[in-house]
Write a protein that binds this ligand. Structure first.
Ligand SMILES: [Zn+2]
Length: 249
């Protein structure tokens, strides 16, 4: 493998290291999650000072030492600093949540996930209303679960095995599983027909097309809750971003 590598990337985490270096965790298009040292990036004159901060997207030049399997960032040519995300709490916490899930699932699969992640950030950054940011998270999480091969089955009760009919609600019972109305417990979360139709209808659309589909507020609220719970169960670890920013997501 060549030692100098170029890739599109988004910074997910950036910690100070030593006097003025930074240890940066990035989601990269070509190599998945990469942790690399950016020498001098905390210095006031460093070109990488701004671009090594979380949620910046860059065309990166990375040096890889194949013997020690260590990465170093040699250049981060900023493509999008996503100021829109940093200037809005809902956007910021939504992206923090998405990032934490990517970190905890080791990049979640292949380079398709990177493309999906980057596209979602682009649209969240540019969005001018909170409802749209919420919808983008729903569209993203459903696709993310699908790409990870863990899309829940909404057509059959996981408890009694009976087929769920069209027009019927399904109930989330935890651990990524859904059941029918006959098998619910008091804590089950309902996804009604409108919510299910919305998911199925938008699942094969581009984001641009999906954003123009009519959606009612209560379906979006239950889908948001439900998908976050499924992702939380998948990660098997209490997500910090939900604790700190749950009220905004
Ligand atoms: Zn059942």
């Amino acid at each position: 493998m060549k030692r100098i590598q170029r890739t599109d990337l988004i910074v997910l985490k950036s910690e100070k290291s030593g006097e003025n270096h930074r240890l940066v965790t990035m989601f990269t298009e070509n190599f998945g999650l990469v942790r690399a040292l950016a020498f001098g990036a905390s210095g006031s004159r460093s070109r990488m000072r701004a671009t090594s901060a979380p949620y910046c997207r860059s065309d990166g030049e990375l040096y890889h030492d194949p013997v020690k399997d260590l990465w170093r960032i040699t250049d981060l040519n900023g493509k999008n600093l996503y100021d829109g995300i940093r200037g809005n709490l809902k956007k910021f916490y939504t992206v923090s949540f998405m990032s934490e899930v990517v970190l905890k699932t080791y990049g979640g699969g292949d380079e398709r996930v990177y493309k999906l992640f980057a596209k979602t950030l682009d649209l969240i950054d540019r969005s001018d209303n909170d409802k749209e940011v919420g919808i983008l998270l729903i569209l993203y999480l459903w696709r993310y679960l699908w790409m990870n091969g863990v899309l829940p089955d909404l057509s059959e009760c996981s408890h009694c095995g009976r087929d769920i009919m069209r027009g019927e609600s399904v109930f989330y019972k935890g651990d990524g599983l859904f059941c029918c109305s006959g098998c619910i417990s008091s804590s089950s979360l309902e996804l009604n027909q409108q919510a299910i139709e919305y998911l199925y209808k938008t699942s094969t659309m581009t984001y641009e097309k999906a954003l123009s589909v009519e959606s009612d507020e209560s379906s979006l609220i239950s889908l948001n809750k439900c998908l976050i719970m499924i992702v939380q169960a998948l990660v098997e670890y209490p997500l910090k971003s939900l604790k700190s920013g749950g009220a905004f997501i």
